[in-house]
Design a protein around this ligand. Structure first.
Ligand code: KIV
Length: 264
């Protein structure tokens, strides 16, 4: 069975059909997500925190990402699979090409995701020119947590907001085929989603993005500590994992998620 592809995802944007994305890191959840109608699985470097128990995503290695991507790919047939490029695995274009090739050729990913604005534009250009699809990631960049001084909403003042808009356009111009926007005000995310042609997937970025993504263990209420404001415990609503995932998909597709209290 053929997997969903970028053409279908672009068509979903054009036709205003919301894209349901969740993270997964293993074959069993990959299968469950596919059964529930999730369109895209992100093998996020959030696995550093939710699988490995690390304090941040920084210790995750390219070998970790290849291993978990392989497992997710084995567990599914139809979903589109994106793999995160871990911290410093794309510090220069040459290194990025080598590591992205591992995620695609060994891991089986259909796209790689990397964090950053104009500073990664040349790397994105080099990857996409070589046929490697790239999902850009703007707003809160977890790999820069120490520089940002914590996990905070980004783009609140006018200057930062304009910079984010410019970065989104630049990344599209150099070939990015998708964009994740994390923790930005909903009105800014709506502007960016309207300006770019590529699908924009929000996490804490309001209801007007083309799709939504959450960390799987957050939306199942399993992550210890305080749940981020933008997440919601779908397992508490439904009482069973398959039903929780199906409800997330339905709520994203119908525009019920996120609600005002889950956005900035
Ligand atoms: O690593 C991850 O799970 C992510 C999402 C938070 C978008 O990048």
């Amino acid at each position: 069975m053929a997997r969903l592809n970028l053409t279908s995802l672009r068509k979903m944007k054009a036709e205003h059909n919301k894209i349901a994305v969740l993270t997964a890191y293993d074959a069993s959840f990959s299968h469950a997500l596919e059964q529930a109608g999730v369109d895209v699985i992100l093998v996020g470097d959030s696995l550093g925190m939710v699988i490995q128990g690390q304090e941040s995503t920084l210790p995750v290695t390219i070998d970790d990402m290849v291993y978990h991507t392989q497992n997710v790919v084995r567990g599914s047939e139809k979903v589109f699979v994106i793999a995160d490029m871990p911290f410093m695995s794309y510090a220069n274009a040459e290194q990025a090409i080598q590591n992205a090739a591992c995620l695609m050729a060994e891991g089986g990913a259909q796209m790689v995701k990397l964090e950053g604005g104009a500073v990664v534009a040349d790397t994105v250009k080099q990857l996409t020119e070589r046929g490697i699809p790239v999902c850009a990631h703007l707003g809160l960049l977890p790999q820069s947590v120490h520089r940002l001084g914590g996990y905070r909403v980004q783009g609140r003042d006018a200057e930062d907001a304009e910079q984010l808009i410019r970065d989104a356009q630049t990344l599209q111009d150099v070939g990015a085929d998708m964009l994740v926007l994390e923790c930005v005000p909903a009105d800014l995310a709506a502007r960016i989603t309207a300006i770019v042609d590529i699908p924009v997937i929000g996490i804490g970025a309001g209801k007007d993005c083309d799709g939504q993504v959450l960390v799987l263990y957050d939306m199942l209420g399993l992550t210890p500590g305080k749940r981020p404001r933008f997440s919601h415990d779908f397992l508490a609503d439904t009482g069973a994992i398959p039903a929780a995932i199906s409800k997330y998909v339905q709520d994203v597709k119908s525009g019920q998620f996120p609600q005002a209290e889950q956005q900035y």
